[in-house]
Write a protein that binds this ligand. Structure first.
Ligand code: 5GP
Length: 114
């Protein structure tokens, strides 16, 4: 797959406000936040979209969500609430083709989304 801006963030070639990392997952603040808290959780091992995930990726996908929930608890807004989102391809509004989970919090989020 082609390199993305997120691979450059993983390699520290461009700056990002990194809030969490482990062997599998990196999390950093979104450059264009849509809520007071807007953090992206990405796998170090890139895959373009959710469509590319296989059963072999089940643990990794779970780790992304668990890392997001752990961050929400650590930062103290888990009980108040938050939203996790994975955009996929054109109709999903995906713009960076390195799978990522958005974590949005800090305001009442509307449903259905736009
Ligand atoms: P998508 O639209 O693919 O679901 O989400 C991509 C997200 O990446 C967008 O919310 C966008 O603001 C964010 N983004 C794009 N380029 C950068 C960057 O260079 N740094 C950071 N921190 N976020 C970025």
């Amino acid at each position: 797959m082609s390199d993305t801006i997120f691979s450059k963030i993983i390699r520290r070639e461009i700056p990002a406000d990194i809030v969490y990392e482990d062997n599998d997952v990196l999390a950093f603040r979104d450059l264009n936040p849509q809520a007071p808290v807007h953090v992206l959780f990405i796998p170090r091992q890139p895959m373009p979209t959710l469509n590319d995930a296989t059963a072999a990726d089940a643990e990794l996908l779970g780790k992304l969500l668990l890392a997001a929930a752990a961050y929400a608890k650590q930062e103290g807004f888990a009980e108040q609430g938050y939203r996790t989102v994975v955009n996929c391809n054109e109709d999903g509004g995906q713009t960076v083709f390195h799978l990522h989970v958005h974590l949005l919090a800090g305001r009442r989020l509307h449903w259905p989304p736009g």
